[in-house]
Design a protein around this ligand. Sequence first.
Ligand SMILES: NC(=O)c1ccc[n+]([C@@H]2O[C@H](COP(=O)([O-])OP(=O)(O)OC[C@H]3O[C@@H](n4cnc5c(N)ncnc54)[C@H](O)[C@@H]3O)[C@@H](O)[C@H]2O)c1
Length: 284
Amino acid sequence: MTTSTDDVIGSGRVAVVTGAASGIGRALAEAFAAAGSAVVVADLDGIEAEVVAASIRAAGGEAEAMQVDVADAAAVDRLAATTLERFGRVDVLCNNAGVSTFNLLRDQTLDDWRWVFDVNLWGVIHGLHTFVPIMRDQGTPAHIVNTASIAGLLSGVAFIGPYAATKVAVVSMSETLAQEFAIDQLPIGVSVLCPSSVDTRVMESERGRPSALGVEHRTDIAESVRMAIRDSFTGPSGLTPAAVADRVLDAIRAGRFWIITHPGERSVAEARFTDILANFPLNH
Ligand SMILES: NC(=O)c1ccc[n+]([C@@H]2O[C@H](COP(=O)([O-])OP(=O)(O)OC[C@H]3O[C@@H](n4cnc5c(N)ncnc54)[C@H](O)[C@@H]3O)[C@@H](O)[C@H]2O)c1
């Protein structure tokens, strides 16, 4: 593949993906590598991250694994330092790592909130805080993809209150970034990924919960909703991580901000915005 100076994907380019040991992140890492980019496979699970990096290398790609807790600002700084040491630049950052709890809001503990916010919100903040100055100083085109969720557009979603709140915030931060890069006339593109059901291990995200934040005690009804959502991942409305990754690479190349993967929730989003619009006063 040939790479023009404007391409952020391809030979001589570098993509950093968090949460890249599994699911959507793994598929993103593999797709960037297949397109010729060198990839940094960053994940809390360093062993699985190395498995992914090794399989990319075995397929002829360039990849480096790194154990990183995105909730830890210093660890994200180390991720950037290692990326620059190893590859000398960063062209694409995917802030993708994410976790969820499952319970009605009244049953979510403070530690449930803390864990989900630490990873999904602070993880993205750390990624932006560390990598945006690097991209800015590089002065070449770059792109940031933040993984939100369709929950970031629907906003209120029963049983995943903390998760939905972080994903609304990720959508908001992405929109702010896009506006501010335009104000500063920086050649950095932004996309926000808003998937619905994708066949990954997100329903087992408690595997990475720090023991200091305790364990989750799901009610029976929360557990049955969790199982139903998990089943939807492999049902007719489910997508594979690879299909989602293809859409992300297409969106980066096209400079598209919104990456909405499923048509199914359109009517729910429409109903929400119709209700909001209906409540705007005509004058004050
Ligand atoms: N699967 C879906 O249906 C779906 C839908 C909407 C949004 N998402 C979002 O997609 C993203 C990827 O999730 P997935 O579905 O591929 O799940 P997954 O569980 O398969 O992968 C998530 C990865 O993130 C890693 N991770 C967890 N905590 C971390 C931390 N503190 N630091 C670094 N890495 C950490 C995990 O080890 C795992 O490898 C998440 O942000 C999730 O919220 C998924």
